[in-house]
Write a new protein. Structure first.
Length: 169
């Protein structure tokens, strides 16, 4: 019998919660005509989440993403890969490998970010906007991860290039 991983269970829970919230979101859209996502209300409520239940996630999730980005950036530098964001934009040969490693590093963290966003929306506003959770959750993880991975690669790569020069003199 095959065992089910925690990651798979987490993904199923996130998908189930989002699917369960979808009819309510569609109903609100039909009733109000307000798409919510990227509207003034979305931004007002986004800032309200900074002071409501679950506000620690705005510190913890980016912090974990930064640690994962630093780890992966150092690996990239040791492997001689270009910085993450630069390689994604301009090095098609490394793009697939870098995206695969990034997703492997942060997929559980992104799922948790989406789930936390849904829970905080419900606790603060008593309604759930699945689109907002799908946008805000990954942004809290992806931006710090990508920036830190690229920056760490630059720093480690620069130190790596300076070491042989220092030993030679």
């Amino acid at each position: 019998m095959a065992s089910i991983s925690r990651s798979a269970i987490l993904n199923v829970v996130v998908i189930a919660v989002l699917v369960a919230a979808l009819p309510g979101a569609i109903w609100r859209l039909i009733q109000t005509g307000d798409p919510y996502l990227l509207t003034q209300r979305f931004f007002v409520e986004m800032f309200a989440r900074l002071s409501g239940p679950g506000r620690m996630r705005f510190i913890l999730q980016p912090a974990v993403a930064i640690l994962l980005g630093a780890r992966d950036g150092a690996k990239d530098a040791r492997a001689g890969l270009p910085p993450f964001l630069w390689a994604l934009a301009f090095h098609g040969t490394h793009r697939r490998e870098l995206l695969r490693s990034a997703l492997a590093s942060v997929h559980d963290l992104v799922a948790i970010a989406i789930l936390f966003d849904v829970v905080s929306q419900f606790l603060i506003f008593r309604e759930i906007h699945p689109g907002a959770a799908l946008l805000l959750g990954p942004v809290l993880v992806a931006l710090p991860y990508a920036l830190c991975r690229a920056l760490t690669n630059r720093i480690v790569g620069r130190r790596k290039r300076q070491e042989p020069a220092a030993r030679a003199s």
